[in-house]
Design a protein around this ligand. Structure first.
Ligand code: TYC
Length: 104
């Protein structure tokens, strides 16, 4: 801490600092399955997670081989919304793609 500074009248200035805790983050995780087409997963990653095509292919292949992968980390409401958007789009296309959120 620096030495308290006095002004020309000899008064000591006080600075009030409010600490705001950062909201907890949640990871949006996608799971591998045997039926969802690779192209669809790449499309989802680009559309909902703003990935470049190159990054989306890399993440999709990692999920394909490792079984699961993190698409991104967000505050709870945003993570829930993204997971739902993925699941809804998979459902209308009749793909079994699973997407969930996890605490970081
Ligand atoms: N395993 C799928 C296939 O071979 C591709 C895939 C990748 C599916 C990632 C889901 O989260 C996933 N068509």
């Amino acid at each position: 801490m620096s030495k308290p500074k006095k002004n020309s009248e000899g008064q000591v200035a006080t600075v009030e600092k409010t600490k705001v805790a950062k909201p907890p983050l949640y990871a949006v995780v996608i799971l591998n399955d045997d039926y969802t087409p690779m192209d669809f997963v790449v499309h989802v990653l680009i559309r909902f997670f703003q990935m470049t095509e190159e990054k989306a292919i890399q993440v999709m292949l990692s999920v394909h081989t490792q079984g699961r992968g993190v698409c991104g980390q967000y505050t709870k409401e945003i993570a829930e919304t993204k997971a739902k958007q993925v699941m809804d789009l998979a459902e209308v296309n009749e793909y079994p793609l699973q997407c969930r959120i996890e605490t970081v």
